[in-house]
Design a protein around this ligand. Structure first.
Ligand code: SAH
Ligand code: SF4
Length: 343
């Protein structure tokens, strides 16, 4: 929903001021999926608003549910016929759900191990389309009576957030605005493949929102192969922007590291990663997330579990804080790096 458009539509009709808040509350807090659902509005107003300021800009095409019930993936159609995917996840037992959202249809970065990267970039999403993915899950949970609460949002779906910084910034404002989705800033996180200027801007604009950096290799030759944007912003540049980020925010940064068998999972790579963290400084504010690679139609292979454990142990011996992230939603192609446009 475009709340500015809604505000204009209400003003044009000469509606009283409280209407806007009334509608935002019904849509974002109560999950009303259509104006017809908002019975407190006069019928003529409901009918007028449906075409003037639609509540949902995305059309559900399909929802898949993982066998363990902890991941659901939705394919959503955009007005121009493109489609994106978004995932509802339960990372821990309990009643808190996390939504993983996309910022672009496709992605221009072209990481060699990622299914989205293989698609290339179709287009950026509008701020409305970014936020409406969260709105979709609010509506879905209500409709399907999914127990629990939607508490966290991660920008870890399709696309590179800092390739469309302004749109992402506007969407972050909507997600954290108490009158709209109203999430705590600390319950939102953005993941970037390493656009250094974006990291610096983000530190200024959103010091309370979480940041993850997809590193995947800590030597320039290998990283430039896996994450081509490294040619524009090599490791020294990244280290500098992380230093700035940590100084300004004093918040913990997550380094994401997908373990690829025989490529970046040897002891020497762990040592390079530990060296990178030392160069950035403030190691107590850096947490390494080792990610098990999710199969995509590419030449890579996941590291065996034993290699992952050894890699983790070597980082820990070097004093780093490390976890191996368990992937949810692999069976519905809904895990990290598996999101694509489906027909
Ligand atoms: N484009 C942003 C955010 C989305 S990707 C970024 O790259 O940071 C979310 C995470 O999944 C990133 O760390 C990404 O590198 C990782 N990823 C990509 N493909 C993957 C795959 N096949 N298996 C596991 N993780 C993958
Ligand atoms: Fe784009 Fe992220 Fe996939 Fe790289 S990993 S291609 S940046 S979506």
């Amino acid at each position: 929903m475009d709340s500015a458009k809604l505000a204009r539509a209400l003003e044009t009709r000469g509606e009283p001021k409280y209407r806007l808040g009334q509608i935002l509350e019904a849509v974002y807090k109560k999950g009303a999926a259509s104006y017809a659902d908002i019975k407190t509005l006069p019928a003529p107003l409901r009918e007028a608003l449906e075409p003037a300021a639609p509540i949902q800009s995305l059309k559900e095409r399909r929802v898949l549910i993982s066998k363990d019930g902890r991941a659901r993936k939705a394919a959503l159609g955009l007005a121009d016929g493109l489609a994106i995917e978004t995932v509802l996840l339960k990372p821990k037992p309990g009643d808190a759900w996390t939504v993983c959202i996309s910022v672009q249809a496709g992605c221009a970065v072209g990481c060699t191990f990622c299914a989205t990267g293989l698609m290339g970039l179709k287009r950026d999403l509008t701020p409305e389309e970014i936020v409406d993915q969260v709105l979709f899950w609010i509506q879905y949970m209500r409709r399907e009576s999914v127990p629990g609460r939607l508490t966290n949002v991660v920008y870890m779906g399709m696309g590179e957030p800092f390739h469309c910084y302004e749109k992402v910034a506007e969407s972050l404002k909507a997600l954290t605005d108490p009158a709209r989705i109203g999430l705590a800033q600390r319950h939102v996180a953005v993941s970037t493949s390493g656009l250094a200027p974006g990291i610096e801007r983000f530190a200024d604009d959103f010091p309370q929102v979480g940041l993850a950096l997809s590193l995947h290799a800590a030597n320039d030759e290998l990283r430039s192969k896996l994450v081509p944007v490294n040619k524009a912003y090599p490791l020294e540049r990244l280290a500098k922007s992380l230093r700035l980020y940590l100084e300004k925010t004093n918040r913990r940064v997550f380094l994401e590291y997908v373990l690829l068998s025989g490529e970046n999972d040897r002891p020497v790579h762990a040592d390079e990663l530990a060296g990178f963290v030392r160069r950035v400084g403030k190691p107590h504010l850096i947490h390494v997330n080792l990610i098990v690679w999710n199969p995509t139609d590419t030449e890579h292979a996941a590291s065996p579990a034993i290699a992952a454990r050894d890699f983790k142990a070597r980082l820990e011996d070097a004093g780093l804080s490390v976890t191996i992230r368990k992937n949810l939603g692999q069976d519905i192609q809904g895990a990290c790096g598996q999101l694509i446009q489906t027909d």
